[in-house]
Design a protein around this ligand. Structure first.
Ligand SMILES: [Ca+2]
Ligand SMILES: [Ca+2]
Length: 167
């Protein structure tokens, strides 16, 4: 088909007829997606992710996939707190993000790790667990999940020491 003015006009008319239906469908639901990584940029796989509708209090759960990506395909428009927590990672929240009809992409979260005891801060209790398991194969104390509790885990914990997760 040649791109004549007549053809372009026909395409535009067609699009304008189809648009209202599409726009209405997007009023009903939209998606939120993003990536969850550790401070080195590596994907955090299987992390629990929740989207909480701030005004209604509804909570929608999901998990990150093998690439560390999460996806809520259909949420009502509103304001959402997107929260992520995984074992030995600190909790992080992207607070009060406004979801319109077009959806939201790139709601990415970077989680510091080293929270071995799960109290949402990297502190002396986590060092105690790492020390007690030093030289073992983990999983307790294996901050980076490579199957060895060694100096690399100490290095990560030292870097993140004193950090606290979001409420
Ligand atoms: Ca801790
Ligand atoms: Ca390790």
């Amino acid at each position: 088909m040649r791109l004549t003015f007549r053809n372009i006009l026909a395409a535009c008319l067609c699009a304008s007829v189809l648009l209202p239906a599409g726009a209405m469908a997007q009023e009903v639901s939209a998606g939120i997606t993003g990536a969850v990584t550790d401070p080195s940029g590596a994907a955090v796989v299987g992390a629990s992710v929740s989207a909480r509708d701030v005004s209604r209090g509804t909570v929608w759960p999901t998990r990150t996939n093998e690439q560390g990506i999460y996806f809520f395909p259909t949420l009502p428009p509103g304001n959402y707190d997107v929260a992520v927590k995984a074992p030995r990672w600190l909790r992080k929240v992207a607070a009060n993000r406004t979801l319109g009809g077009g959806g939201m992409t790139g709601v990415n979260l970077s989680l510091p790790n080293g929270d071995e005891d799960g109290d949402n801060e990297v502190a002396i209790g986590d060092y105690a667990i790492l020390s007690a398991n030093f030289g073992s194969g983990g999983p307790a104390g294996d901050v980076n999940g490579d199957g060895d509790v060694d100096i690399a885990d100490f290095a990560i914990m030292s870097m993140n020491f004193g950090m606290m997760g979001d409420d």
